[in-house]
Design a protein around this ligand. Structure first.
Ligand code: ADP
Ligand SMILES: N[C@@H](CCOP(=O)(O)O)C(=O)O
Length: 330
């Protein structure tokens, strides 16, 4: 589920008077997603139905950062990426407040996200990711990655403090600690300086954030982890999220297609290619840690589906076994 905040009819009606998007004809909450409350809004203008997404921003989004996220989405959409376009009210503002939460309306994107990833998804995914990176180049404002390497030890410590971690996952915090000892010294950023190209990255491009329609990508959503970081780290996140089979094995054919698609738009440098294994290990670490943190800190009564940290621990183990570049399809 992801409707944490209910919206009363009267409050919605008053909110919509600020916009010029037609007459409201339907409104429903969206069960999918974990971070924010999302609703589909349907309006009718001149007999034409139009769908929009209304998002109320919840706990993990810092309201001060919302203009950066909405600005990035606007920039990418204006530069040809199929991503939600924030809709401004009559006063020109896209960010407002509803039901005590920061709120925004964005355009609705057609298509469905793949419940099962097939090799045919991976090429278009790589191409779209590289297009996102190129389209983001002129968006100059930076947002540091709050879930980057500096955040990993504190996240692990925070989970360790909760006794549920050892009860539910015996030995896991020690394993993650040792893996961090190996990953952090190899991370391709020294004293804040990187030898690899940086830019705006999505940072959460999982299958549930990519819509397909007739075999092509019709939409990329959920930019609320986007940040300014190593472009190749975004590829590493996708290698983790798209290229492991349900049984936990890495599918090198998927990875090869993803990398080919990416490089058809933005060729990787030698340094980026060589860094992929450690970046992939870091990406697996990041999602194992946030999932672990959420797992032990989410009350059983909460109406949200917790994601299994072990799925990313298995991926991490693959990366920690030091596979060659060829094993990644490079
Ligand atoms: N612009 C959009 N167009 C169509 N559907 C959307 C759009 N944005 C969100 N959704 C729907 O809402 C769901 C949750 O959105 P998401 O941004 O992933 O939420 P969260 O950030 O809370 O995890 C998506 O799976 C999708 O069904
Ligand atoms: N992709 C992350 C969780 C973030 O959820 P989303 O619904 O905002 O994509 C994970 O799988 O751990």
């Amino acid at each position: 589920m992801a409707v944490y905040t209910e919206v009363e009819d009267e409050a919605l009606a008053a909110f919509l008077t600020e916009y010029d998007i037609g007459r409201l004809t339907a409104f429903r909450g969206i069960a999918e997603g974990v971070e924010n409350s999302n609703f589909v809004l349907r309006t009718t203008q001149d007999e034409t139905d139009r769908d929009f997404i209304l998002t109320l921003y919840e706990k993990r989004v810092n309201p001060a950062e919302l203009p950066w996220f909405l600005g990035l989405m606007r920039h990418l959409a204006m530069n040809g990426l199929n991503c939600p376009l924030p809709v401004a009210g009559r006063d020109g503002e896209a960010l407002r407040e509803l039901a005590g939460r920061p709120a925004a309306i964005t355009t609705f994107l057609r298509g469905v996200w793949p419940r099962h990833v097939h090799v045919e998804h991976c090429g278009p995914l790589g191409t779209a990711l590289a297009s996102l990176h190129l389209a983001g180049q002129d968006y100059k404002a930076e947002r540091p990655n709050g879930l980057g390497p500096d955040a990993w030890r504190p996240l692990l410590l925070a989970s360790r403090k909760n006794e549920a971690t050892d009860r539910s996952f015996p030995g896991l915090s020690e394993e993650l600690d040792l893996a961090l000892d190996r990953i952090l010294p190899q991370w391709p950023v020294t004293a804040g300086t990187s030898t690899l190209p940086r830019g705006q990255i999505h940072a959460d491009l999982f299958p549930d954030n990519v819509f397909f329609l007739d075999g092509t990508i019709s939409g990329i959503i959920d930019f609320y982890f986007a940040c300014t970081d190593l472009l190749a780290y975004d590829i590493a996140i996708c290698l983790n999220a798209w290229c492991f089979s349900d049984d936990g094995t890495f599918n090198v054919t998927y990875a090869r297609r993803l990398l080919e698609g990416y490089q058809s738009v933005r060729p990787l440098s030698e340094a980026e290619r060589s860094a992929l294994p450690v970046l992939a290990a870091g990406a697996a670490m990041r999602f194992a840690l946030t999932r672990l943190y959420d797992w032990v800190n989410t009350p059983a009564s909460a109406m949200v589906t917790r994601k299994d940290p072990m799925a990313y621990v298995h991926r991490l183990r693959f990366h920690m076994a030091s596979p060659t570049l060829e094993a990644y399809g490079v």
